[in-house]
Design a protein around this ligand. Structure first.
Ligand code: AMP
Length: 402
């Protein structure tokens, strides 16, 4: 505990850290906590898994008091991250309880309105926060700490203007903490306009490069799925994440893995919040060992024990590659990132190699059994019937029923 105490963390938070059985501060915690506790604005280069939540939690818990209005606001790109951050804040404030609420879209607004009346700390996604601002169900005049968590991701998701609108509604004499795995011109501009003489801290790497093995297979498009099945059968993995670039591919791969007897769940932005939560729960508690996902699931989620990351599609944006592989080889564990490459991935793959400092070695193709992949929903199609007369062609609405 002394290593944490040295950073200036107070006893109630130290006690909760002890309960969590953390032995030593992570790199980002060591570098940022003393600055955060001094009240400085901080730009921290860090990704999920770096321990950034505890870093900003320390400042927030130290500076907030129960029943004094909303004193801290944390903006996150996704609902899942909002929930996760709120949960972590509750854990670390166990001995100094605060009213902590997560607000995000896709769920009813009324319980949030009630919860916000008693909240000291709000974690939320930009869209829903703006919604509350417009309805005047949230007030920021007492905000002392503003955290932009995974700021790069928020910008990538098109929340730039929303984030700026929210920042402008917070008091000027606040502390602003920005966490981001990557940087961009837009982010630099934001930090210049909205931060007060910020200190920059960064950690060298999100994953331990010595523990992460990155490989690729070169294969034809129609054999991608067969190779994935072969690897899933032959690699000894604990939990595996399979990344696809589209919702359609995600559903297709998950469904076909199910048909081959694997316990696989799919998660992407097209699913309801309840469905996403259920799938993640099953993956967390080991009911499913394979999570097929789009990049929505790649960021922010804290999933332990992922031994293998498969890129079924190579990401269009090369930075996403770094985010994806950051799901494994965490906290000293070994990890493997396997890229399944077909002609349609070549351009994306060259960008990954050009724009990132990564070493990915080619593997020899094993002998694989060819599996015919089924398209999703083919057996779910309903005939267009009902109000169609004989010989009449279906209109657009009727076609949409397919
Ligand atoms: P984060 O980057 O905040 O999402 O944290 C990633 C994971 O690391 C979470 O499960 C934390 O509970 C855990 N964690 C945070 N700080 C430490 C630490 N100093 N030692 C061990 N685990 C930690």
């Amino acid at each position: 505990m002394d290593n944490f105490r040295k950073l200036g963390i107070s006893e109630p938070i130290l006690k909760s850290i002890k309960d969590e059985m953390f032995e030593n501060p992570s790199d980002i915690q060591e570098k940022s906590i003393p600055l955060i506790l001094k009240g400085r604005d901080v730009i921290a280069g860090s990704a999920t898994g770096s321990g950034k939540t505890l870093a900003f939690a320390c400042g927030i818990i130290e500076n907030s008091e129960k029943g004094k209005g909303i004193q801290a606001l944390i903006l996150t790109p996704t609902r899942e991250l909002a929930e996760q951050v709120a949960q972590s804040l509750k854990t670390f404030s166990k001995y100094r309880p605060l009213g902590i609420i997560a607000v995000y879209g896709g769920v009813g607004i009324n319980p949030q309105i009630t919860g916000l009346r008693k909240a000291d700390v709000v974690v939320g996604t930009p869209g829903r926060i703006l919604d509350h601002l417009e309805r005047k169900t949230i007030k920021f005049n007492n905000v002392k700490t503003l955290v932009l968590d995974e700021a790069d991701r928020m910008f990538d998701m098109g929340f730039k203007d929303d984030v700026e609108r929210i920042i402008k509604r917070c008091p000027q004499d606040r502390q602003t903490l920005l966490f981001s795995a990557t940087t961009s011109k837009e982010l630099v501009r934001l930090t210049k306009n909205h931060m007060d003489n910020p200190v920059e801290v960064s950690v060298d790497s999100y994953v331990d490069p010595k523990k992460l093995c990155q490989t690729y297979y070169n294969i034809t498009d129609e054999l991608k799925f067969s190779l994935l099945v072969h690897l899933l059968k032959h690699e000894t993995s604990s939990l595996a994440m399979v990344f696809c670039n589209s919702k359609r591919n995600t559903d297709k791969v998950a469904k076909n893995l199910g048909l081959k007897g694997f316990s696989a769940g799919a998660i992407h932005g097209g699913l309801s919040q309840n469905r996403r939560t259920d799938v993640l729960k099953q993956f967390h508690n080991g009911e499913t060992s394979i999570l097929v996902c789009t990049d929505v699931a790649a960021r922010g989620l804290d999933i332990h024990g992922v031994s293998h990351v498969y890129n079924y599609d190579i990401p269009r944006e090369s930075k996403q590659y770094i985010h994806r592989i950051g799901r494994t080889a965490r906290a000293g564990a070994e990890g493997k990132a396997i890229n399944i490459l077909a002609q349609s991935d070549y351009d994306n793959f060259s960008r990954v190699l050009k724009e990132n400092d990564v070493e990915i070695t080619e593997e020899v193709l094993p002998n694989i059994e060819k599996i015919v992949i089924r398209q999703p929903d083919t057996n779910k199609r309903k005939p267009v019937t009902g109000n169609l007369r004989k010989g009449q062609k279906p209109n657009q609405r009727q076609r949409n029923r397919y």
